[in-house]
Design a protein around this ligand. Structure first.
Ligand code: G1P
Ligand code: ZN
Length: 543
């Protein structure tokens, strides 16, 4: 087989965002686009010679073609072996696990996570490091740099590798091992959770609905919940991964997983509900008529993790992204362990996990995970919740009520303004940033500003500094708002407004989150002028 050297030139816009490179699928389909980016990855990691990688993704449209390109370019670069999930499928947490389990040199994940899929929707590609976690900024910066100087790439001239059959084959001098995408991951879950106890709970009539949203977790959830744990057939719905996710928006939140919410809030609703996103790293958990906010979910899991076999010894610490509510911090304080506040994006948790400083991590964006992999993990969170429910023998509502009574409650919501003109979104952020130094002490809509800053993070492990990670304004009574621009969108700019209000103990505010937050919503709008600048009446998505 011949290695072709193909002349190319830099393509604009290949800068990885919060989680890899995401673009419209049609952009990925343009000439040399994938090849240039893969070449840049291989350059940034110091080449592929003698290395072993993992390859897989959420099965979205165009993945089969991209998988073949990655294989041929790895072969041309002298890689020893690529381990591929059958049909190029792997959930993001399963890919992270395979990278670690096989002690490989990293992996390629084809996914745009919760963004819709299809020829008119989104595609994405990211590289994870040998620790199983997303490439840190030093590497993504190097990847971007390489995309701006590329003049040629190398690729093997070969037929497509058959990825539908488990087993080993060769591509030039490189080995390709096709593995079952689910088995190793399911085995890992069995080591962390009390499967016999969960089996008994399902056998006793516990009812659950898992909405895989026609995305990658279908096969994983079916194997684990229905086969290994004996949940009734039909517990998993929308369980077959489709290239366009059946036209759904595979984002597990009350807006996009509305079907699940309706079922859970119906009079005869199941005991427990969950959904996950395109690539299986996000989760939403819902009790009977009880929505659990992701920030609260992290806090409840941190307080109860010791009930699951994998965490019996307790947790070392907990980390959350800065915009995530401080609910988990209060649990950490009670447990006497460290709480860390990082910028948005899972890549910032990697060092803390590797150094053993934290066991659990979470983000307000429906992401929770632990040190078992280096990605957030949707099914893992669902299983930990199930384990907690089985041990405590209480409902989700009872657990939340007790949690708030003990730790107080962080009312929390995120308001997204989507597809804004980029200049307009930048102007909102710039204007507020310029005013930050003058804000402390001023009174806005009856609230007094305590602090106002532009969040910068110094990694406690390697000392690297990440600046401009979100504008945050806190008020004297413990409320705050945060504003930042999304780094994962593919159309215009998305402005995210995060709102939080802490109330100590049983509060009398009831369960009306937006109402509880209304003073902060008013203050944020008055300071940032989002409605005036955008001409919008309100956010597009509220979570
Ligand atoms: C969003 C979430 C962030 C998450 C990322 C990848 O990024 O806000 O917490 O890590 O998706 O799932 P953003 O679009 O805000 O940059
Ligand atoms: Zn995802």
């Amino acid at each position: 087989m011949t290695i072709l050297t193909v002349t190319t030139q830099p393509i604009e816009g290949q800068k990885p965002g919060t989680s890899g490179l995401r673009k419209k699928t049609r952009v990925f389909m343009t000439t040399h686009f994938v090849e240039n980016f893969v070449h840049a990855i291989l350059t940034a990691i110091g080449g592929a010679a003698e290395k072993t990688f993992v390859l897989g993704g959420d099965g979205r449209y165009f993945s089969p073609q991209v998988a073949q390109v990655i294989l041929r370019m790895c072969a041309a670069a002298g890689a020893a072996k690529v381990i591929v999930g059958r049909d190029a499928l792997l959930s993001t947490p399963a890919a992270s696990h395979l990278i670690r389990l096989n002690k490989t040199d990293g992996g390629f994940i084809m996914s745009a996570s919760h963004n819709p899929g299809g020829i008119e929707e989104d595609f994405g590609l990211k590289f994870n490091m040998p620790n199983g976690g997303p490439a840190p900024e030093s590497v993504t910066d190097a990847i971007f740099e390489a995309t701006t100087t590329i003049s040629e790439y190398r690729i093997l001239e070969a037929h497509d590798v058959d990825l539908s059959t488990i087993g080993e084959s060769s591509l030039g001098d490189m080995k390709v091992e096709v593995v079952d995408p689910v088995t190793d991951y399911a085995n890992l879950m069995e080591t962390l959770f009390d499967f016999p106890k969960l089996r008994a709970m399902f056998a006793a009539g516990f009812r659950m609905r898992f909405d895989a949203m026609c995305a990658i977790t279908g096969p994983y959830a079916t194997e684990i919940l229905e086969r290994r744990l004996g949940a009734p057939t039909g517990t998993v719905v929308n369980g077959t991964p489709l290239p366009d996710f059946g036209g759904m928006h595979p984002d597990p939140n009350p807006t996009w997983a509305k079907d699940l919410m309706d079922v859970m809030f119906a009079p005869d609703g199941p005991d427990f509900g969950a959904a996950s996103d395109g690539d299986g790293d996000r989760n939403m958990v819902v009790g009977k008529a009880t929505y659990v906010s992701p920030s609260d979910s992290l806090a409840v899991l941190a307080a109860n993790a010791h009930l699951a076999p994998g965490y019996r010894g307790g947790i070392a610490g907990v980390a959350r992204s800065m915009p995530t509510s401080a609910a988990a911090d209060r649990v950490a304080e009670a447990l006497g362990v460290e709480a860390y506040e990082t910028p948005t994006g899972w890549k910032f948790f990697g060092n803390l996990l590797d150094a053993g400083k934290v066991t659990l991590c979470g983000e307000e964006s429906f992401g929770t995970g632990s040190n078992h992999v280096r990605e957030k993990d949707g099914l893992w969170a669902v299983l930990l919740w199930l384990n907690v429910l089985a041990e405590r023998g209480q409902t989700v509502a009872e657990i939340l009520t007790e949690h708030w009574a003990r730790f107080g409650r962080n009312y929390y919501s995120r308001h997204d303004y989507e597809a804004l003109p980029i200049d307009q979104a930048n102007a909102i952020v710039e204007n507020l940033r310029a005013r930050l130094p003058d804000l402390p002490g001023t009174v806005v809509e009856g609230l007094t500003v305590a602090t106002a800053d532009d969040f910068a993070y110094t990694d406690p492990v390697d000392g690297s500094v990440s600046e401009h990670q979100g504008l945050r304004v806190t008020f004297t009574e413990g409320s705050r708002f945060v504003i930042r621009l999304s780094g994962t969108g593919t159309e215009g700019a998305t402005l995210r407004l995060y709102l939080e209000r802490y109330v100590h103990g049983p509060d009398g505010l009831g369960d009306v989150v937006q109402q509880a937050l209304s003073p902060i919503i008013k203050a944020a709008d008055s300071l940032a002028g989002i409605k005036a600048a955008t001409g919008r009446q309100g956010p597009d998505v509220v979570t």
